[in-house]
Write a protein that binds this ligand. Structure first.
Ligand code: ADP
Ligand code: ASP
Ligand code: MG
Length: 439
């Protein structure tokens, strides 16, 4: 069985959704098809939640009406027959009745997550209706019946696997199962989600749970590019990546993949292909166990980073000092991305600053603390076995006039990370593109 995931732009227009139907029926291999919400919908739902949270009911109502008009237009173009169109409208009505209710009840975080889940519920129902109208044998597989997170908010792969493997035999003669990306139930049984961009993660989790033969992530670009195409003009798709390389790129900002989406596939050695819905014949990127070179592969950048320096000439060399620092971050469930140490100071970076004040208060007891926010991690990914190729030299040459706040090299064979002020990001990515790729 294969798992194919189609992102927001791949289902964002009626004609795109129709191309998805063609792609999933190109061969007879049974498939689980994971869909995102139509592009723009999740953003609109985030906006709706913000309006409700701020008590701005008329603004919330406007947002609901704008979204409704969008879905009415979409249905009219997607489906041919009047009967299917009215079926689709009455399905969508139910979701909009829920949105109308949100205007009348008190707002809370659980309600917000329920609102956010409606996008994927609507896209999958519309797509299934279209497949039915085309006479294609397919069924809905509700993600809320198997996609489960635990108390830590992490996907519970054993529970997902059990639930899915119990459910799948119910669909024995149906080759195409359409399910929602992004949404899940949490340990309290509430509707929740796998964070923005989470449909990639859904696909990889399903792939792992059913030991799929392959996971395909279909999007609006022909694979993982060597640099961020939103920032740098001259980029090219990378044919092959190892799981480790892809995981580093995803984690450090390559938006094409959700940051956590590689580990489930990697755990079970399931190849992941990144493919372009607009160019289905393009080779894209294949992510698997092997890597094909010992050179630099790609760059990615992650914004919104805070650097924290703890200085203590008295304590640093004492054993146990680092442990004390790390325990504070552990206590506040804040993960550290980069670390550098000197004789008198330790610097770390975090991307989640919700508990920054509390962390700093406790760190202050260990030494003098300095904070730099608005930082970007630039991550150079490749297979740097013994670093024969002078990549580090090239990196420093290309960034000669760009202030670098931290450097991390040697932590893994796949990653050299640099921290700089976000204002320098574009220049740094372009320079590195010139020097490392000759572009
Ligand atoms: P989807 O809606 O299909 O999930 P996303 O917008 O989440 O699509 O991801 C695809 C986008 O990721 C591309 O359009 C591109 O702008 C962006 N992107 C950022 N970095 C990279 C990269 N290194 N390679 C390819 N795409 C990238
Ligand atoms: N619809 C969700 C989002 O926009 C999940 C996804 O597209 O992967 O973030
Ligand atoms: Mg995405």
């Amino acid at each position: 069985m294969q798992v194919l995931k189609f992102g927001g732009t791949s289902v964002g227009k009626p004609e795109r959704m129709k191309s998805v139907a063609q792609i999933i029926t190109r061969n007879d291999e049974p498939k689980v098809v994971v869909l995102s919400a139509l592009s723009g919908t999740t953003n609109a739902l985030v906006g709706l939640g913000e309006s409700l949270a701020a008590g701005k009911k008329p603004e919330a109502k406007d947002r609901i009406d704008t979204l409704r008009a969008h879905y009415d237009g979409f249905i009219a173009e997607l489906l041919d027959s009047q009967a299917k169109q009215s079926e689709a409208r009455s399905i969508i009505d139910e979701h909009f009745e829920f949105f109308e209710i949100t205007l009348k009840i008190s707002f809370n975080e659980a309600l917000n997550r329920d609102i956010l889940a409606q996008g994927e519920l609507m896209s999958t129902k519309l797509f299934t209706l279209y497949l039915q109208e085309q006479g294609i044998n397919a069924a809905l597989l509700p993600a809320l019946e198997f996609m489960q997170t635990n108390e830590e908010g992490e996907p519970d792969i054993a529970a997902i696997s059990d639930a899915l493997n119990t459910k799948l035999p119910e669909f024995e003669n149906i080759p195409l199962l359409i399910t929602q990306g992004y949404i899940c139930k949490n340990h309290k049984g509430e509707i929740d989600n796998l964070q923005r961009g989470g449909s990639d993660y859904t696909a990889s989790l399903i792939g792992a749970a059913i030991k799929a033969s392959e996971v395909q992530i279909w999007t609006d670009i022909d694979g993982m590019h060597n640099n961020d195409p939103r920032v740098v003009d001259k980029t090219f798709p990378i044919a092959e990546l190892s799981f480790d390389e892809a995981a580093e790129l995803a984690y450090f900002g390559a938006k094409i993949l959700h940051p956590a989406s590689i580990w489930p596939a990697q755990k079970y050695g399931i190849p992941v292909k990144l493919l372009n819905t607009m160019q289905p014949e393009a080779k894209g990127t294949i992510i698997s166990k092997t890597t094909n070179s010992d050179d630099v592969k790609a760059l990615a950048a992650k914004d919104g980073i805070t650097a924290i320096k703890v200085k203590s000439s008295r304590m640093l060399l004492a054993y146990g000092f680092l442990r004390k620092i790390f325990e504070i971050f552990e206590k506040y469930k804040t993960s550290i991305d980069m670390i550098t140490t000197s004789e008198v100071a330790v610097s770390v970076t975090i991307d989640e600053d919700a508990n920054l004040n509390k962390i700093v208060k406790e760190l202050n007891q260990l030494g003098q603390v300095e904070i730099d926010s608005g930082q970007t991690i630039i991550c150079v990914v490749g297979n740097f076995v013994a670093e024969q190729k002078g990549i580090v030299n090239k990196i420093f040459e290309s960034l000669a006039d760009i202030p670098i706040r931290m450097i991390s090299y040697g932590g893994s064979r796949h990653n050299i990370s640099l921290l700089t002020d976000s204002a320098n990001k574009e220049k740094a990515l372009k320079r590195l593109n010139e020097h490392l790729f000759g572009l």
